[in-house]
Design a protein around this ligand. Structure first.
Ligand code: PEP
Ligand code: MN
Length: 266
């Protein structure tokens, strides 16, 4: 995935949208798929903005076994139904190599979560599928390890990998993670793969999502993936970092000058 070997930016298609081109990619949606109604409400709202796809976990890798674990295959069916109705491509996390082929039948892009960045069997499993992969950086992974994880997928036969900086663990506890924007600038120089930023998990604080999304655009990221919910107070996971529709409107309008200054468009 090195730029030295292959200097041309890779464009990875999620449905009709090319990640890594002139358009700054915005992927949004809830942390978890909760019901058909919940996803439809969010999708209808997102369709009023130029978003490339809707995210939502059906299999949730929760820190606590007592937290909502996701709807499983039912969640995948909901994603597919929403996508068929609205035309929005879908992105969802795969947590088990055995689920990967099934998931590929339901969603347009497979997400590898931070906790699984070095699950090498899982990386090989998505490497054998004909679907783009959004690879999130492990919370304690070096940039080199992220790039090597991407190589596992590419070597298995799938060149359509999108990297995602989602914050790392540091000594700092004021925010959930420390969003490593150094990594974004560094990755843009070292690899031809597109790089997205997740300011939602990167900060864990709703009020910090907009400033860090703007910073991501300014530093040259190819886009963002953001958690949104029509009713964050009722969200079954990560509600504290979800933007409500008003805040998402604010995000999109305040992002524009930063995206344009970086030579892209929304
Ligand atoms: C997510 O995107 O919902 C998620 C669990 O993110 P991460 O793997 O980055 O923690
Ligand atoms: Mn989440």
């Amino acid at each position: 995935v090195s730029r030295e070997l292959y200097p041309i930016d890779t464009r990875v298609k999620i449905g009709p949208h090319a990640v890594g081109g002139e358009t700054f990619t915005v992927i949004a949606g809830p942390c978890a798929v909760e019901s058909q109604q919940q996803l439809d409400d969010i999708a209808d709202y997102l369709c009023t903005h130029p978003v490339a796809g809707i995210r939502g976990g059906a299999y949730k890798p929760r820190s606590s076994p007592y937290s909502f674990q996701g709807l499983g295959e039912e969640g995948l069916k909901i994603l597919k139904a929403t996508s068929e109705r609205t035309g929005l491509p879908t992105i969802s996390e795969v947590v088990d190599a055995n689920d990967a082929p099934l998931m590929a039948q339901y969603v347009d892009c497979l997400q590898i979560g931070a906790r699984n960045m070095q699950n090498f069997r899982l990386l090989e499993a998505v490497g054998k599928l004909d679907k783009p992969v959004l690879l999130k950086r492990g919370m304690s992974a070096t940039i080199e390890e992220l790039l090597l994880a991407a190589e596992y997928i590419v070597n298995a036969g799938n060149p359509n990998v999108i990297l995602c900086e989602r914050g790392i663990r540091t000594f700092e506890t004021a925010t959930r993670n420390t969003l490593d924007l150094n990594a974004v600038a560094y990755l843009k120089q070292k690899t031809h793969l597109p790089v997205l930023v997740d300011p939602s998990h990167g900060t864990g604080v709703r009020e910090l999502v907009i400033p860090l999304a703007r910073a991501a655009a300014a530093v040259g990221a190819d886009g963002i993936i953001v958690e949104t919910h029509t009713n964050p107070a009722e969200a079954l996971s990560d509600g504290h970092q979800n933007l409500d529709p008003q805040q998402f409107d604010d995000l999109m309008s305040s992002l524009k000058p930063f995206v344009e200054a970086a030579g892209r468009r929304l």
